[in-house]
Structures are given as C-alpha cells and as structure tokens.
Design a protein around this ligand. Sequence first.
Ligand code: NOJ
Length: 557
Amino acid sequence: MRQQEKWWQKEVIYQIYPRSFYDSNQDGIGDIPGIIEKLDYLSDLGVTSLWICPIFQSPMADNGYDISDYFAISEEFGTLEDVKRLIAEAKARGIKIILDLVVNHTSDEHAWFQEALRDPKSKYRDYYIFKEGTEAPNNWRSIFGGSVWEKLPNEDIFYYHTFHKKQPDLNWENPALREEVYQMVTTWLEMGIAGFRIDAITFIKKDLTFKSQPADGVDGLVKCTKTSRNQPGIEVFLKELNERCFQKYDCVTVAEAPGVPYDQLDQFIGPDGFFSMIFDFKHADLDVASGSEWFKRVAWTPEDLFQILEESQLAIQTSGWGAPFIENHDQPRATSKYLLNQATNPLAVKAIGLMYFFLRGTPFIYQGQELGMINFERDGIDAFDDISSIDQYHRGMAEGLTADEALQIINLRSRDNSRTPVQWTAEPTVGFTEGTPWLPIAERSEVRNAAHQIATPDSIFQFYKAMIALKQNPALETLTLGEIAFPERQGKPVFLYRREDAGASYLIVVSLSEMRETITLERPVKAVHLYNSQDYTIDQHLLTLPAFGALVIEEEK
Ligand code: NOJ
C-alpha cells in the first residue's frame, strides 16, 4: 500500500554550492544574483527545488558552515533582498528554495560565542560547551583533525568543537539555546522557503561523561563519532525541533544524519519521524574505511555498490522515504569515483545517473553532475583549499603514507573536487567568472560544459533532462511512487531494480560492464521509455546491452 503522498515526494532537488555556481559581479566568487541569472537554465533542466548550501554571514573557515549571524547574508553572496528576490524569481518558475540549517555549531565569530568569551557569567556561556582544566578534557578527535577541545588563550579553559576550532559546538542541553534555534528556524520558514537540509544534526547530543576512549590513531586520539554521534537522548532534541518548527509548516526536511543504524530509521523518517528524509552515505563512502578516513582506501566492485544500494533502499522503504544522490559538496565527482578510467565516457556517466535517479525517494542532483564534471589532479597540497583535505593529507603521512601516496588520495577524495566552478562554457574561466575563480577550475573542456551540452541532442545534460521529464510525467507516476524491488542480479555487473504498483511496473537496467552483456528478462516488455544507447536488442526474454548500456523498461503487468 502507498503511504499518504507528500508534495516533496515528487520533487527533483538540485544542490547549489553558491561559491562555485555562477559569479555575477566578477569577484571570482559565485553569488545569489548569479543563481537568479541561471534560474532559466535550472528551469529548462526541469528541477523543482534548489538546496542552497549556507549563504549566511560567515568568516568562511568552512565555506559558510561556520555561521556568524543566522539573520544576515554573507556579503560575498549578496543581501537579504537578493535572497527574497531569489525566492520570488524561483517561485515564478515553479522552483522552491531549501536552505541549509547549521545548528550543531556556529562560528567562533558569532555574537553568542564572542559574548560567552567576553563575559563568563553571561547566559551565552552555557550556549556552548566549556570545561576547565590544564589539559584537554579527553582524547576525542574532531572531524577535521586534532582534539575536539580548543584552549582559550591565557586561561585554563577549553571549548568543544566537533569540526574546526572556528566551529564551536552549541550546547543543546540548554533549553534557552534551543529556544533561540527554534525562533531562527521559524523566521526563515516564515520568509517563504520550502524547508531545510539539516547539517550534521546527529552530532548535537554528546556522551556527557566526556570520558577518554582507547586511541585509534598514532596521534593518541579517537574519532569523536563513537561518543558524540547519534547518542541516546538525541531523540528528545530532534522530536522537539520537529514539533516546535517543522510540523507547523508543510516543509521538507532532509537531514545529514550519518550514524543512524537501519533499525532506527523509523524514528527518523517513519510516519512520525523527525525528518522527511535523511541521506544515507554508505554507497558514497564505499571506497574508504570507516566513513571519512580517506587515507584508508578500500577496494570495491560494482557488485558491492549494487548490494549497498539495495540494502539501503530496502531498509528505507520499510520506514519511509529516501534521498538518493551520487554527489554533493563533500564528495569527489561520482564520475571519477565510480567510473575510474571511464569517467569521461558519456555512456557510463549516463548509466550511473540512471543507477540512482529512479531509486525510491526524492533524487538530488549536485551542480555540474548533469554535465558529467570530473575530478581534478592537483600536484601539491598547497593547491587545496578544503580544511578536511589538508588534515587527511597530514594524518595519512603520520600513519605511514609517503607524500606522493597521501597526495594521490587527496586528489581522489578531496571535497574541493566538487567545489570547483561549474563549467558553463569552454572559455578559460569556464564562463563562471571574468575574474579569477576563488578555486581553480577542474578542467577546461570542449564537451563538459553547459553551453555545448545544451546544444547537443544526446549530451549528458539532455539525458538528465529526459530522466527528470520522465519522472514528472503524470502517466508514469509509478516510477516515483511505486514500491521498489530488486530482481536477482544474474552474476553480471548489471544493476536491476523495479518500481511497481497495482497499475504498472518499470524495470531499470544499468550495466557497469565494459563488455556487451545479456540478461534474462522475467516479464515481457511493454515499452522502452529511456535509453542511453540505441545499441541494445530485446529478443523475447533476452536483453543484450552495449557496454554501460542503461534502460528504463515498462513491463507487461
Ligand atoms: C557537513 C557539511 O556538509 C560539510 O561541508 C561541513 O564541513 C560539515 N558538515 C560541518 O558543518
């Protein structure tokens, strides 16, 4: 049986990293007027919502994920008026705006933190986590490396930060702090946004014993995820956040919630869950051990990838709705990660698009993904901007890698890979700016740019456009709302999934094989709605696909 339908189940969400999307004022940094200028492009592509990474006032230690004022817009991105104009202009094209909610931490330059430092007796002191001592209170390692504790200059006092030292964690145990957060969230919802992507939300509850744990690295520290991610008691905060803010609006919420085991999904995305959906990162991190330790590489096969996707989808379907994606601003390009030496093969790029796009959930497309953008190759650590890349490079060497090995891994994994400017044209600065881009471009390509692909009938852009159109075709609603099932994979690198309800049945077939493959079809074919290559044959129940062939088949019921 279908769950009650929600408007956000039919959305196609496009993620914008504003620094790198489009620069309207030629200062080398993308901005909000730049997004407005490209709304027609997005509307032509067919997406219905935009998730925009943080645009608030920030010293940019983590490119906006360090907010110093939740009510002001970063000058380099524009003004509050620009945001209002963006909401209105997007709405005029049937596009909704989703903002990024970063409430695990603020910037150390936020007025609350500054006041907490200035006056230890102020109420703001308890908005953060301070501990007295001459040494760090424990051996937990922050996500970006080093201790989670930063000592105040000239005082025997430390404050806690899950991420960078310029991102002090908020103390969610304090009801007054929570109240401030709820008011801020409500203000933005009142302004007409459609909802939030919610940053690092499973970190808001810590193990309050703050006990040291056995070290897991040569630095004597232990990754803080074991003691500060999805800890018992977090449900109290998340339920309250949902009741006080989200429930009052018909908004969409998608949480970055790593560390939620599948048997707890119900609490998060079930009928009374805290969020509309959460991202599952297992397939995105299949090439690294234990989440984000990039320097510990893991070998994988297409079969592993398919298995992870299948398990994730079946678990999510039991409780609620998914948020399928293959790229975001924290990941390298999916082309380079999943396709390796085939990263620039348009057929293969379209195949991985189809691999995830019709999974059960609301699909996300990250800027440039629809153009098949690829990773860069930098030749020294100085060329990197991302704090996480710099940390992983040094930690990798401390753990025994040579400088070359560490650099190679950073090139493969750096978050900068997806943060390079969107390639609009084949010009030297790829049509992103006439100034100097804040981050060097990934490549200047005659084919991997929007101008070329808009004008080319069988481009990757056109394929994404076709996938979106198919999803939005009311006659094919089953492709969005139907149940998902996974037919047996027949021992070949060919992924199969079925979307089905009482009225219709669709089979998505995606080959990641470099050779022709033949598979057996369980049911007669009624129609083929989409393919990336005409070079397939269907002979009774046998389907033969070219290398990286991918199809959407409608099956006879
Ligand atoms: C997750 C965000 O996606 C990432 O870019 C950021 O660095 C951390 N959270 C900290 O906010």
